[in-house]
Each structure stands twice: as structure tokens, then as C-alpha cells.
Ligand binder design. Structure first.
Ligand code: FMN
Length: 200
């Protein structure tokens, strides 16, 4: 068992990393790093979608996106988010909640440079979350950007970058028999963590 609910470690980061590693190594999930991202829009209403975790450290959990998208607008209005991983075959759920900040341009560039060229072109061509009249409108835009960047590296669009969700509240959830599941939360208290067991 990779998380000790009887003796929860003082810091949750190592256990989070282990659960992610096990989701990657012990399952055949195509996207073990997929997580639900919930935000609150300018109108105060929630919305949620799946994004991929691209970094995790003491500072928070990082994902990349178009900052002019619906989620980008939501985060501009309310810089807090909730992330949920569900690894069904491991009967585990991991939740993260926290304040959101933009990652530095340097960090965004670093990740951008590892992306396949096709994804880079699509990021330029996609006005993510905006209406597109036809699929061909998007495909034509991709072709145009292909031409524009022919023979050169594809630079990072100014509206594309990362967000970091701070680790303000973490929850480990493990299924047990007869719905007697285990839950442990970590609440950030300055440099320390407060742990609490919750009823399932
Ligand atoms: C498995 C999976 C992974 C995804 N990863 C990302 C991602 O890392 N970044 C992203 O912007 N969208 C990603 N998407 C698409 C989002 O779910 C969503 O459709 C898109 O970001 C637009 O959301 P919005 O209109 O709420 O801003 C992913 C979708 C799936 C199903």
C-alpha cells in the first residue's frame, strides 16, 4: 500500500508522486496524468474539463492551455481551481485544491519546446473555446501556420502557457470493502500540513 492511512507522512508530495507513478506503471491507462480541472467563471458558475498534469512539485500542479480559452477567462476572474484524478483500476481518487498562478514564460517555453511540431501548429491555429464555423476553417488555419513557420521553429503563442495550482488542500481517497473507504486530507498551514481523516 503506497499511502499509509494509519501513519500519514508529514508531507503529502511524495505520496502524490507515488500514486501518479503507480497509475503510470501499474495500469495501461493511456493518460494516467489526466485530471479534471474545475474552475469558477466570471458569472460565479462552475465548469469542468479534463487536462493533463505536466508538472508537480511543492509549488503546485502544472497544466498547459490556451489562456484565452473559457478556462483561462474563468481563472482570470477567480484564481482558484480544483483538480481531481480518478484511477478506477487502482480504486483511488486524488484531489488538489488551491490558488492558481501563471507559470513563468521561461517554464512555458521549456515545455513548449518539447511539444511535437503538429501540436505547436494547432495551438497557433486554435482559438480554443471560440465558435468555429467549419472544421475546414480550423484545418485551413493550421495549413496557414504551417506555411508561416516553414523552415523555422514554431515560437510559443503569447496566449499559450501554463498554470500552477498551489497545493492548499490535498485529499487521498482509497476504496475499501463495503464502502468503508479511507480519506485523508492535508491542509496547508504555512510551511506545515494539518492532516485530518474524514468519514467516507
Ligand atoms: C484526455 C484529455 C486531455 C486533455 N488535455 C488538455 C490539456 O492539457 N490542455 C488543454 O487545454 N486541453 C486539454 N484537453 C481538452 C479540454 O478538456 C477542453 O476541451 C479544452 O481545454 C477547452 O476547455 P475550455 O473551453 O473549458 O477552456 C484534454 C481533453 C482530454 C479528453
Amino acid at each position: 500500500m503506497s499511502f499509509n492511512f494509519e501513519h500519514p507522512p508529514a508531507d503529502p508530495l511524495e505520496s502524490m508522486r507515488r500514486w501518479l507513478a503507480e497509475a503510470e506503471q501499474e495500469t495501461d491507462l493511456p493518460n494516467p496524468n489526466a485530471m479534471n480541472l474545475a474552475t469558477v467563471g466570471p458569472d460565479g458558475r462552475p465548469s469542468a474539463r479534463i487536462v493533463l498534469l505536466r508538472g508537480l512539485d511543492a509549488e503546485g500542479a502544472v497544466f498547459y492551455t490556451n489562456r484565452e480559452s473559457r478556462k483561462g477567462e474563468a481563472l482570470e476572474a477567480h484564481a482558484h481551481a480544483a483538480l481531481t484524478f480518478h484511477w478506477d483500476v487502482l480504486t483511488r481518487q486524488l484531489r488538489i485544491e488551491g490558488a492558481v498562478s501563471k507559470v513563468t514564460d521561461e517554464e512555458s517555453n521549456q515545455y513548449w519546446n518539447q511539444r511535437p511540431r503538429g501540436s505547436q501548429i494547432a495551438a497557433w491555429a486554435s482559438q480554443q473555446s471560440r465558435p468555429v464555423p467549419h472544421r475546414s476553417t480550423f484545418l485551413d488555419a493550421c495549413a496557414e501556420f504551417e506555411k508561416k513557420f516553414e523552415g523555422t521553429e514554431v515560437s510559443r503563442p503569447p496566449h499559450w502557457g501554463g498554470y500552477r495550482v498551489a497545493l492548499d488542500r490535498i485529499e487521498f481517497w482509497q476504496e475499501r470493502d463495503s464502502r468503508m473507504h479511507e480519506r485523508m486530507i492535508y491542509l496547508r498551514r504555512g510551511e506545515d500540513w494539518l492532516t485530518e481523516r474524514l468519514y467516507p
